[in-house]
Design a protein around this ligand. Structure first.
Ligand code: NAI
Length: 785
């Protein structure tokens, strides 16, 4: 008889299957599902099968949602929304609490159902997915309770269309539905076609607790149903899934006024430093890329290991790999189950084959796989050169790449050499090194000596092509709220004659100079060598450079070189802004005269200059007060929520307030550590170009604020398409907004397209601007364990 040690070494202990009887009975009783609309299940329509990927067996028939189904669900959600929003927060909290309680009551049932439909091991659904679902509803019951106090003046967005993937089906549902409902929205949710069952079980919970009809609607179907939801009359789309579909949704919603949050793919670095606890780091890999069959958007799919420990680490990792058990998801002793679908299995096989064809070597577990079903042996690829397709593409399966680095700086460089920016995991025994790497890695979430931990209280979401918006915690809730309504103010007619005026001509009478652009801390001539006449009532006030694509590129390049600004202390940034205020104040009369020249009444001009100075004071004050937070999570971590600058921002300013509009937009961005390429009012750029002289003597480092004058929409388009511009603010009418939103799909930048507003009023200044100028980075640091 084998000893316990033998058993543990060989891992050849018998199966410990979880019973599926109850779930199979439930499925047999339902058989074919319709949608859940207006509080009741509809009759099934045209259906497709959802299958168990571990066996290939059909589990149930699911209705393919049509545009008419979507319209009915949106109508139900629309009808329910005012009543739901009008409930006291405490009343909404009770419903969310009931959801949490009912999920808990059915924990085992839901865990089994999820494993059957998705293929993930019961150990994970039982210990991770379903408990986190309950936690999410409890946490957001709390937000509903506190909403009025914590977000005074905020209103729900309205009706939210939510599209979720198949990798964490019920957990993604909870991430979407809980905050939306807490904030007073109603929802139409479309689960992924491979894994609709737990969403339908959740619909039953909604019916059972007597949730008001129409508050939660579930419409099943594939990508076409999803596209119909995107096109429907919802106020917001929240999407989690592939970057490709995220891009399509960005395009489809451009200019519609629909709010949008995207949580997309990743190729997250898993950095093992020379001083790391290697055994812990190996377990980290297990939890990172071999968790959920590697079908995790934030999986540590790029292992970067310090050269000094590469051999030792790889040896231990290979040993650990050999001990992983792959098999029946309902077996409680199994580490890895089945991939979600034959299509996904084929995709992973193809990706790995392509990686190997390009020279990578696969180290793979030699485990016995079940004879049928979507099983794939876990592993990792070495010898992956940067040109290898698997170097930057998501495999979305249990296969990481492993590369070595020599120095921490090189680790950062490799970590950031991707278009994604979702997560990172950092392994070192040095707190200094851990925090240094956490600061430098471009990722929305950083785990220090840990991986793949989630909590309802901690913001989750990406940077760059991993999308925008956050889920969880305060930041996540904010994405389901609107600020107080901002009244649209008329925009000045941008009388702007695009016919270029040769720079050397037309300088007569009142025209005393040609206003230069400002790039990299220096006055710059336009690349075209051409200027345009700035006119007022038939008079030429001056000439301004006719900026073009090349000038924007130069400005972005200059901004890229000014990266130190993001690392300057908040105190330093505040000092520069105070100094700017002081210098602006010294020249107040001159600026006021400029504004009067352009058509302002004297009082309005004086007010605009005065408010511009005050705005500099305000954002200097905020520079070191717009803080992050430490949030309480379920595990022993201090979980930091750090507002981080985007990097380079494009800001296209209104014509109506040529100085104050620019200052109101640019200063919060700069105060938070961004570098800015600003396009000032096309019709009245001279106050902005005059500002460059104030900047020159305000100790603002060159490249922090760059000013490019010229045709607004053309320049906005260049900014929208530029991959190094991480965020874009654009004040214009609806058509211009549609264009920049559509053009910004390339790097999926965060776009804030806003209508002109009264910049002199309270809505011209405030924390909303600082929030828009930052993205939350969540850093998990072990604490007190
Ligand atoms: P997908 O992005 O196509 O599916 C996600 C959801 O979007 C599903 O509910 C789907 O029905 C819906 N959808 C598909 N096309 C749509 C459209 N045009 N408009 C609106 N909704 C649409 O992901 P898929 O094809 O299942 O997986 C492909 C790859 O995407 C994976 O190999 C993986 O790399 C990545 N992925 C990333 C996820 C993440 O969590 N970031 C989750 C799932 C997949």
């Amino acid at each position: 008889m084998p000893s316990v040690k033998d058993i543990l070494m060989s891992m050849e202990y018998g199966p410990a299957p979880e019973s599926a009887t109850e779930v199979l009975k439930w499925l047999a009783a339902r058989g074919t599902f319709g949608h859940f609309i207006g509080g009741a299940f509809t009759a099934p329509g045209v259906t497709f099968a959802t299958t168990n990927p571990a066996t290939g067996e059909n589990l149930a028939q699911i209705t393919q949602g049509t545009a008419a189904d979507i319209a009915a669900a949106v109508a139900a959600a629309r009808a329910a929304q005012p009543g739901w929003a009008a409930l006291a927060g405490h009343e909404r909290a009770k419903w969310l609490y009931a959801m949490a309680r009912h999920v808990q009551k059915r924990e085992r049932f839901l865990a089994v159902l999820e494993s059957l439909d998705n293929g993930k091991p019961i150990r994970e659904t039982r210990d991770i997915d379903i408990p986190l679902v309950a936690r999410h509803f409890y946490h957001h019951a709390g937000w509903a309770e506190l909403l009025a106090e914590e977000f005074p003046g905020a209103a729900p967005v309205g009706v939210c269309g939510q599209i979720i993937p198949w990798n964490f089906p019920l957990l993604m549902l909870a991430w979407k539905i809980a905050p939306a409902l807490a904030a007073g929205n109603t929802v139409v949710l479309k689960p992924a076609e491979y894994t609709p069952l737990t969403a339908l079980a959740f619909a039953e919970i909604c019916a059972e607790i007597g949730l008001p009809a129409g508050v939660v609607n579930i419409v099943t179907g594939d990508g076409e149903t999803g596209a119909a939801l995107v096109a429907s009359k919802v106020d917001k789309i929240a999407f989690t899934g592939s970057t490709e579909v995220g891009r399509a949704i960005r395009k489809a919603t451009a200019g519609t006024g629909k709010a949008l949050t995207l949580e997309l793919g990743g190729k997250s670095p898993f950095i093992v430093c020379a001083d790391a606890d290697l055994d812990a780091a190996v377990e980290g890999v297990v939890e990172s890329i071999w968790f959920n069959q590697g079908q995790v958007c934030c999986a540590g799919s790029r292992i970067l290991v310090a050269e000094a420990v590469e051999d030792a680490f790889t040896r231990r990792l290979t040993d650990r790999l050999a001990r992983l058990r792959v098999g029946d998801p309902l077996d409680k002793s199994v580490d890895m189950g089945a991939l979600v679908h034959p299509v996904q299995l084929a995709r992973v096989q193809q990706m790995v084959a392509a990686g190997m064809a390009a020279g990578a070597r696969l180290v793979q577990a030699e485990c016995k796989l079940p004879a049928k079903g979507c099983f794939y042996a876990p592993g990792f690829l070495t010898g992956v050169n940067p040109a290898n397709p698997v170097a930057d593409a998501e495999i979305f399966g249990p296969v990481a790449t492993l590369t070595s680095f020599r120095t921490p700086d090189e680790a950062v460089e490799l970590a950031n050499a991707t278009r994604y920016g979702l997560a990172a995991s950092v392994w070192t025994e040095s707190v200094n090194l851990a925090m240094d790497l956490a600061a430098k890695v471009k990722a929305g979430v950083v785990w220090v000596n840990s991986a793949n931990i989630f909590d309802a209280g901690a913001a989750f979401g990406g940077m760059r092509e991993s999308g925008f918006g956050r889920e969880g915690g305060r930041a996540g809730l904010r994405d389901y709220l609107r600020g107080p309504e901002v009244a649209e103010a008329p925009e000045a007619q941008a009388t702007f004659d695009t016919a270029p005026v040769p720079a050397a001509t037309g300088q007569t009478g009142a025209i005393d100079r040609t206003a230069k652009m400002y790039v990299g801390g220096r006055q710059a001539r336009p690349d075209s060598g051409q200027s345009y006449a700035v006119m007022h009532e038939g008079r030429v006030l001056g000439l301004a450079g006719l900026g073009s694509r090349k000038d924007i590129r130069n400005a972005v390049e200059a901004a890229a070189k000014a990266g130190a600004w993001g690392r300057a202390t908040a105190h330093n940034r505040a000092q520069v802004l105070y100094y700017l205020a002081e210098n602006l104040s010294a020249r107040a009369a001159e600026f006021a005269a400029r504004l009067v020249e352009g058509g302002h009444r004297p009082e309005a001009a004086a007010l605009e200059v005065d408010l511009s100075i005050r705005r500099a004071f305000y954002y200097a004050a905020q520079a070191d007060k717009f803080d992050g937070a430490v949030t309480a999570t379920k595990t022993a971590h201090v979980t930091l929520q750090m507002p981080e600058p985007f990097g380079i921002m494009g800001i296209v300013c209104p014509d109506a307030a040529p100085l104050l509009g620019l200052v109101s937009l640019v200063l919060p961005a700069i105060a938070m550590g961004n570098r800015v390429v600003a396009v000032p009012a096309a019709s009245r750029p001279l106050p902005a170009t005059d500002l460059s002289q104030v900047l020159d003597c305000s100790d603002m480092p060159g490249g922090v604020l760059n000013i490019v004058t010229g045709p607004k929409d053309e320049l906005a388009g260049v900014l929208a398409k530029h991959d190094e511009v991480a965020a874009l603010w654009y004040v214009s009418g609806p058509e211009g907004r549609a264009a920049v939103e559509a053009e910004s799909t390339g790097n999926l930048k965060s776009v804030w397209a806003l209508a002109n507003r009264d910049w002199t009023g309270p809505q011209g200044q405030g924390r909303a601007f600082l929030q828009r100028a930052t993205q939350v980075k969540t850093i998990w640091v072990p604490y007190g364990e």
